[in-house]
Design a protein around this ligand. Structure first.
Ligand code: MN
Length: 236
C-alpha cells in the first residue's frame, strides 16, 4: 500500500481572537482523498519555512482575505479588502520555496492569487472596479453550489483530470489573476475573460484555481477529481 502523503494546509490567523485555523472543508477534503492534513500557521522566517516544507509532501494554499498591496508592489486600490501582511509574507515565501523544490502545490481562491504573485505574475486588487465588464464573481448562493461555468484549456493538468472542456464552479472572489507568471499557462477561464485557473507547465503538480473545489466535494465529481489528483501527485 502506498504511504499516505502529508499535506500542509495554510491557516489564516485572527489577531483579535488569537485563533489560527483553516476552514474545515480543506482539512476534510484532504483527509477524504487519502492525505494526512497538517495545518501550517504563518511562518516568520526563511528557516521556519524550510523546516515546514521538509515535513510535507505537498502544500495547499487556502482561501482568505486580500493580498496586501505592499506585496503587490502597487498602491492600494480603492476596492481593496481586508489584508493580513503576516499571512502574505508566509504564503508567498512558502510558495516560492515549494516552486524551487518542485513540491506539489494546489492554490485555491486566494491561493491562486498567492501563487501568481509569488511566481512573478500580477492580480486585480478588485475585479468590479478594475475589470468593469466582469460578471458577478461573488456568489449569492451557498458555496457548495456552482455559480458560473469555466472553460478548461486542453493540454492542461485540469483537462487531464476532468476530461472535459467546460464545468460549473462556485465563485467567491473579488480578486483574480490579471497577469500569468512566466512558465505558467492559463488552464481555466470564465466567459467574461477572468482567469480561473493557472498551472506551471513543467512542474510535477503546480495548479491554482479561483473556485473552491473543497466546498463542492459532496455534490460535484470534478472537485473530487481535482483534489484526488492533487493528493495522488503528493505520494512519493
Ligand atoms: Mn469566478
Amino acid at each position: 500500500m502506498l504511504k499516505k502523503p502529508v499535506i500542509g494546509i495554510t491557516a489564516a490567523h485572527c489577531t483579535e481572537e488569537l485563533k489560527t485555523f483553516p476552514r474545515h472543508y480543506y482539512v476534510e477534503s484532504i483527509r477524504k482523498m487519502g492525505g494526512i492534513p497538517l495545518i501550517v500557521p504563518p511562518v516568520q522566517t526563511l528557516e521556519e519555512a524550510t523546516d515546514v516544507l521538509n515535513l510535507v509532501h505537498g502544500l495547499l494554499l487556502t482561501g482568505g482575505g486580500d493580498i496586501s498591496p505592499l506585496y503587490l508592489k502597487e498602491v492600494p486600490h480603492i476596492g481593496i479588502g481586508e489584508c493580513f501582511p503576516e499571512r502574505d509574507f508566509s504564503e508567498i515565501l512558502l510558495t516560492q520555496l515549494a516552486l524551487e523544490k518542485n513540491l506539489p502545490l494546489l492554490g485555491i481562491c486566494r491561493g491562486i492569487q498567492v501563487l501568481a504573485v509569488a511566481a512573478g505574475g500580477r492580480i486585480y486588487q478588485d475585479i468590479p472596479s478594475q475589470y468593469p465588464s466582469s460578471m458577478q464573481h461573488s456568489q449569492t448562493a451557498p458555496r457548495q453550489y456552482a455559480w458560473h461555468d469555466v472553460t478548461i484549456s486542453e493540454e492542461s493538468i485540469l483537462y487531464h483530470l476532468f476530461n472535459k472542456t467546460k464545468i460549473g464552479v462556485n465563485s467567491l472572489h473579488h480578486q483574480a489573476v490579471s497577469e500569468i507568471p512566466p512558465e505558467f499557462i492559463q488552464c481555466a477561464f470564465a466567459s467574461d475573460g477572468i482567469i480561473e485557473g493557472i498551472e506551471k507547465s513543467n512542474a510535477k503538480f503546480c495548479l491554482g484555481v479561483q473556485w473552491h473545489p473543497e466546498s463542492m466535494m459532496e455534490t460535484e465529481v470534478h472537485s473530487q477529481a481535482l483534489l484526488s489528483g492533487f493528493v495522488k501527485a503528493c505520494v512519493d
